[in-house]
Design a protein. Structure first.
Length: 95
């Protein structure tokens, strides 16, 4: 199944084709900027919901340049009560 995701045409990736890898739903997009925007939209919705239900939210953010597009879109998302959100920075470095 993973190979089927990797071997998709550019048109399929641009269209945001969905698939499953085990229990994980995998979504592919045309480029990092679009993937970042889509991830940020989803994450912002979860943050708004958590703040609405619990009065606060916490997020663990991964390190690395691959997260830059998502983070840039996330901080620009409307309607997130950032004063009620705590971020933790994940650094998976061992050594």
């Amino acid at each position: 199944m993973f190979n089927s995701i990797l071997n998709r045409s550019d048109d399929e990736r641009r269209l945001g084709m969905n698939d499953r890898f085990g229990q994980v739903r995998v979504e592919t997009w045309g480029d990092a900027a679009e993937a970042g925007r889509r991830g940020a939209e989803h994450g912002a919705g979860l943050l708004r919901e958590a703040v609405e239900r619990r009065g606060r939210a916490a997020v663990v953010v991964a390190t690395g340049a691959s997260q830059f597009a998502m983070l840039a879109s996330l901080v620009a998302a409307p309607g997130v009560a950032w004063e009620k959100v705590t971020f933790f920075h994940l650094d998976e470095y061992l050594g």
